[in-house]
Design a protein around this ligand. Structure first.
Ligand SMILES: Nc1ncnc2c1ncn2[C@@H]1O[C@H](COP(=O)(O)OP(=O)(O)OP(=O)(O)O)[C@@H](O)[C@H]1O
Length: 250
């Protein structure tokens, strides 16, 4: 992506990003709340039109050639909107047909994904009755069904219990080992550190650092420390202005 900008009224959410993401890697886009991660991912995946700049995915321009790009990517967006009145199984069948896969292939892939993601028992339940973690998992299954080259995930582990997180992780690791690319956003540093080969750190709409995980971490004891240093968080959080808090006095 190059020169990517997005402004909401007075607020500049993304401040001219130039970045090349390496193919075939597990990539983490990290940054504090409001850094511009969701805005950036939405522009990369063709969900939000940039004010200026260009994005290419798998050799195609996202905004000039959207159908080519959308055929090659899978997306798990933030605030996942699903067809609530379909069962999990029906949702996958519908998504597969929209993707142009033959019915028998959709059935086979859907059954396998439901099984691996531990959703087989809930496949006939309506999506509206799914828990947060189950919604993430069925959303992930829908995003993987057509075997995309690149998978974009906005906060895939948010609201997900450790067992489901481990399941999701296993599926993603298997997928990247086969040469596919995963790009996911998160503000949970331990997760990014344990999963990613390559990271981009974002704050106030800009990329503050990017590269292989070890390079971005540098001499810091953990990615969390490197991150706090990069985004200047040591200035905040000491709680000096909260001297009334705690101690029982009113
Ligand atoms: N639709 C919108 N209208 C106005 N401002 C917006 C809109 N969407 C995002 N913003 C602003 O743009 C900035 C970047 O938001 P964005 O959601 O991209 O950040 P983020 O890094 O994904 O944050 P989080 O981790 O909290 O989800 C924030 O200041 C946010 O308030």
């Amino acid at each position: 992506m190059s020169g990517l900008w997005k402004r909401y009224g007075e607020q500049i959410a993304v401040h001219g990003i130039d970045l090349e993401l390496p193919a075939g890697q597990f990539i983490g886009l990290v940054g504090p709340n409001g850094a511009g991660k969701t805005t950036t991912l939405s522009m990369i995946t063709g969900l939000l039109r940039p004010d200026s700049g260009t994005v290419e995915v798998a050799g195609h321009d996202v905004w000039r050639d959207p159908a080519e790009v959308k055929a090659r990517i899978g997306v798990l967006p933030e605030g996942l909107r699903l067809f609530e009145r379909l069962s999990g199984r029906e949702l996958l069948a519908y998504t597969g047909r929209l993707r142009g896969l033959p019915g028998a292939e959709v059935d086979k892939r859907a059954a396998q994904l439901l099984d691996v993601l531990d959703l087989a028992g809930a496949q006939n339940k309506l999506v509206i009755d799914y828990s947060t973690g189950m919604r993430k998992k069925i959303g992930l299954a829908a995003a993987l069904l057509h075997n995309p080259e690149v998978l974009f995930l906005d906060e895939p582990f948010e609201g997900v219990d450790p067992v489901s997180a481990q399941t999701i992780r296993g599926v993603l690791e298997r997928y990247t080992h086969s040469g596919a690319t995963v790009v996911f956003s998160s503000h949970v540093m331990e997760l990014v550190e344990s999963l990613c080969d390559w990271v981009a750190v974002m704050a106030t709409g800009r990329i503050r650092a990017h590269g292989p995980l070890a390079e971005v971490r540098g001499d810091a004891p953990s990615l969390q420390n490197a991150f706090l240093e990069l985004v200047g968080a040591q200035r905040h959080g000491a709680g000096h202005d909260l001297d009334w808090l705690g101690g029982g006095a009113r």
